[in-house]
Design a protein around this ligand. Structure first.
Ligand SMILES: Nc1ncnc2c1ncn2[C@@H]1O[C@H](COP(=O)(O)OP(=O)(O)OP(=O)(O)O)[C@@H](O)[C@H]1O
Ligand SMILES: [Mg+2]
Length: 307
């Protein structure tokens, strides 16, 4: 069974295509990540899935409901943690939670109980009567995630839930996301942090320029990333990129005054470079192995896919 089925979903803003004809399925109970750089279209996608934005074309089904045709039923299944903080700063933490509970039509006794529980879970119980304006960023974000959980949800959307937080808050939020997922709640989160996607998600869709460029388990994506390790080298004279296309080097790019060699096996290429330097009499001024990064994955995955 699927929790979400997206088909040819597109969003244009004044002729600019922010989300470009994406289709995928999120399985029931899955912890699914939308990973992409700034401006990739993650938030726009989440906003369409949660009924905040109307798609230009295409459909999204939340369980058995079409988000456009049955928005109320679909929204009743969801908890939403949006990108922008939405707590009322002049209200206390508990008042914010109770207000959300009221909006969802949860009975008074139950909503108090639920709010108290969430405050404990998120380490905010001691400060529950304090106004949110006195909270630190991490405390605010924990509250916002807790607010997303007030509903009796089957599906939780989180847009960059840990962006800009310290290690402890990040750990707590990730741990709680995992625990909710273990209880059977389907989770969709966005992040631009590949390590977060790697640690949390069962499957990840990589988004770039409004398109899904890859969708797979993190382990498999990581293998793609590992294969894009690179070495940056600077010589004392201009060396042509073509000269460094040794066996095992997939590409050589000029980056400033350095040359970057893409390879699966940097440890084998480094001795070759040293040999090359000795035999050619070009001196190596600097040599660095670069950890594979998200940008490299994007370069790799989106190559040829752009105008
Ligand atoms: N309301 C809007 N009007 C016009 N353009 C918009 C609007 N909302 C988003 N966009 C554009 O759509 C593109 C995708 O934006 P979106 O917020 O979905 O990216 P994102 O992947 O969430 O990025 P980030 O990691 O920075 O949050 C951007 O180029 C953005 O400028
Ligand atoms: Mg965003």
């Amino acid at each position: 069974m699927y929790a979400i089925a997206i088909k040819n979903l597109t969003k244009q803003f004044n002729g600019f295509t922010a989300v470009d004809n994406i289709s995928f399925i999120v399985k029931s109970g899955e912890l699914f990540g939308l990973l992409g750089p700034n401006g990739a279209g993650k938030t726009t996608t989440i906003r369409m899935l949660t009924g905040i934005l109307k798609p230009t074309s295409g459909t999204a089904r939340i369980g058995e409901y079409d988000i456009q045709r049955n928005p109320i039923e679909a929204k009743q299944l969801m908890g939403i943690v949006p990108e922008m903080a939405n707590a009322y700063l002049d209200l206390s933490a508990i008042k914010n939670l109770l207000l959300i509970g009221e909006l969802y039509g949860i009975q008074k006794k139950k909503r108090i109980e639920k709010a108290e529980n969430l405050l404990k879970l998120f380490g905010l119980h001691g400060k529950r009567h304090q106004r949110v304006k006195t909270f630190s960023k991490g405390m605010k974000q924990r509250l916002i995630v807790a607010m997303g959980l007030m509903n009796d949800l089957k599906l939780l959307f989180l847009d960059e839930p840990t962006a800009g937080l310290d290690v402890e808050s990040v750990r707590l939020i990730r741990k709680l996301i995992r625990e909710f997922n273990d209880k059977g709640i389907t989770v969709v989160l966005t992040t631009h942090n590949i390590e977060e996607a790697n640690q949390l998600c069962e499957r990840v869709a990589i988004m770039n320029h409004g398109k899904i460029v890859a969708i797979d388990r993190p382990e498999k994506l990581k293998r793609t990333i590992q294969s894009t390790a690179s070495i940056e080298v600077a010589f004392n004279e201009n060396v042509k990129a073509e000269e460094l296309l040794f066996d095992g080097v997939t590409e050589v790019k000029k980056v400033g005054d350095k040359l970057r060699l893409y390879t699966e096996k940097p440890e084998e290429i480094i001795p070759t470079l040293v040999e090359y330097s000795q035999s050619s009499n070009y001196k190596i001024l600097s040599l660095n192995t670069l950890a594979p990064n998200l940008e490299d994955v994007f370069v790799k995955l989106t190559r040829g896919g752009e105008k």
